[in-house]
Design a protein around this ligand. Sequence first.
Ligand code: ADP
Ligand code: ADP
Ligand code: MG
Length: 481
Amino acid sequence: MKKKILVANRGEIACRIIRAIQELGHTAVAIYETPDNGALHIRVADEAIWLGDGPRVDYLDIERIMQVAKRYDIDAIHPGYGFLAENPGLPKACVENDIIFIGPNSEVISNLGNKVMARKIMAGAKIPMVPGTDNLADDEDAAVAEAIVFGEKYGYPIMLKATAGGGGRGIRQVDRPEDVQEQFQIARAEAIAAFASGDIYIEKVVVQPKHVEVQIIADSTGETVHLGTRDCSIQRRNQKLVEIAPSLIPDQGLLDEICETAVRAAKAANYENAGTVEFLIDKDMNYYFMEINTRVQVEHTVTEMVTGIDIVRTQIKLALGKTLLFKQEDVQIRGYAIEMRINAEDPQNDFMPEGGKTVNVYRSPGGYGVRLDGFVYQGYTIPEVYDSLLVKLTVHGYSWNETVDRLRRCLNNYVISGLKTTIPYYIQLVNEPQFQSGDFDTSYIEQHPELADYRDDVSEVNKIAALIAEIHHEKMNPYAI
Ligand code: ADP
Ligand code: ADP
Ligand code: MG
């Protein structure tokens, strides 16, 4: 039966989800705040509902969203990532209002969203992890003293982490005992600002780790499969920029073991729907559980490209009561996929956001093995109040080398002018030998400051194109993004 599905998100992920809803023959309902007037997710949806002036507060207002959901006879809600995606209050409100939440239930989200609780559940299932603490004391002096005891016991560096953390915020590495207090204050302030909770705990640092994660999908019968690994080691400020599927670690036995561990972790948490189990891998190839993200991940595209499985479509079908159609042995990984997050940021200025600017010229690459998940178009002004992701460029290839070659071609053909983006930085990146070798860890960007060493002038051709576009008030067809 045709359902009305509300997408409680914006930007590229809202567009991504709307496509899946429409492909399934359901009705896609968008919501928006005033700064998103004219945004693509409103145009591609079947219906769009204005929530309020925002910014951000209305997208985060569960009561308001439930109010419109009731009023417009919504059957199900997809939260996307960010915003309310990991807020257990949304699935709870959905249950109370007889609406289907596309994701795990509130108890699972609340258990796994709390990193200390998640570690307890995983410890019970004997999932490998680094030494860590409970929440530190509320009192600052007592908390600092606990951290110093931990540092003495396990050695430095140690990691202070926001218990409710997400998006790389509230994470501070401490290298020496004399820095504990200052870093604790920063981590706590960041945690309070981002998560309205000052809870901080400690983990031992895995030095120069690889970040490897496993996509898992589980149905209501407990059938749980994994869709292989992704490497997300290329990060700045603990936030991912580039993601690769599958991991390039040449030990297939180890990767299989990590995938099986991820399935065990998901089962231990009674997981349902799509999720991601994140691990860190040290130089000696020991792996440690880090967290489970209870939502669709930004980088789900690379897994879709190498498995052929539409993760968002699967999420919706499972939430509407279907069971998994494929078994573990049906999942095959073919070739490699790389996603680059093209952000409105200036890599030459510490990746400062470039919000508030207008896209003068937008020309995107296409062709075999190329996928774009975006929401900006020529003439679009980027709202300043949301995150800086413009479009995800995902390429798929038969081999790693072919995938890198394809990526280079796409980046060289991409034109976004009117604002600074991460594209010129990525062009440097794809030409860098260590990146090409596929062997890097989370310190890669920090260790390659020369990647930001490029001349960022708009070429004459682009300037002329921008001028012509302006004269003709040319708008790209916003559907071909
Ligand atoms: P990934 O999906 O790979 O984990 P990010 O860590 O960048 O990607 O998170 C995806 C988006 O969701 C980002 O915009 C980030 O700021 C936001 N986000 C992630 N976790 C939270 C959270 N707990 N609260 C608020 N926003 C979050
Ligand atoms: P978030 O919820 O913000 O994604 P994570 O716990 O997933 O937080 O950590 C984000 C990133 O921070 C990781 O990908 C990794 O680069 C770094 N990190 C987190 N914990 C550790 C640790 N114990 N040792 C080394 N790096 C870590
Ligand atoms: Mg994480």
